[in-house]
Write a new protein. Structure first.
Length: 171
């Protein structure tokens, strides 16, 4: 089992769009295993994207009861709306109300290049949207508006100030 360290806010890999996977090879299969191990290595994780472990490729793992993954994913349908607190492994210790679609359908590929379609609601839909945002260099706090955004930015400034343990990735 290879649980990879999570990159935290301030690491440039989190703010750059990830590159599409072009080779469905042993290196991709190893990355998928690392993502699944990192996801399941600690309880309560709903997803982890390749950039969060320092790999700028369009791959993420998701799920709490039945972990899986998508390569080169995209969301093809959204419906409804859900509200609720959302957190992020790359912004540890913080969570803010983040509106998301209640149901989404995502398409992508497995580690061999075969097409995959996933439809999820509730937490699964939230995780799919959150992880896909990571692949575009977007963090959930970027999607916030109004008071939630102001509160989040204040908390981020207080928590991730230069020289803090969290800002250095040792939280």
């Amino acid at each position: 089992m290879t649980i990879q360290p999570i990159r935290v806010l301030g690491d440039p890999v989190l703010r750059s769009p990830a590159d599409p996977v072009t080779s469905f090879d042993a290196a991709l299969r190893s990355l998928v295993r690392d993502l699944l191990d990192t996801l399941t290595g600690e309880p309560g994780r709903a997803g982890v994207a390749a950039p969060q472990i320092g790999v700028p490729l369009r791959v993420f793992a998701y799920g709490t009861t039945s972990p899986s993954y998508l390569v080169n994913p995209r969301i093809t349908a959204r419906s409804g709306q859900q509200d609720g607190d959302e957190g992020c492994l790359s912004i540890p210790g913080l969570a803010f109300p983040t509106p998301r679609a209640f149901t989404v359908t995502a398409t992508g590929f497995d580690e061999h290049g075969d097409p995959v379609t996933v439809t999820g609601s509730g937490l699964l839909a939230r995780a799919l949207q959150h992880e896909l945002d990571h692949l575009d260099g977007v963090l959930y706090i970027d999607t916030l508006t109004g008071d939630a955004r102001r509160q989040a930015l204040r908390a981020v400034r207080a928590t991730f100030r230069p020289g803090s343990r969290t800002a250095e990735g040792r939280a």
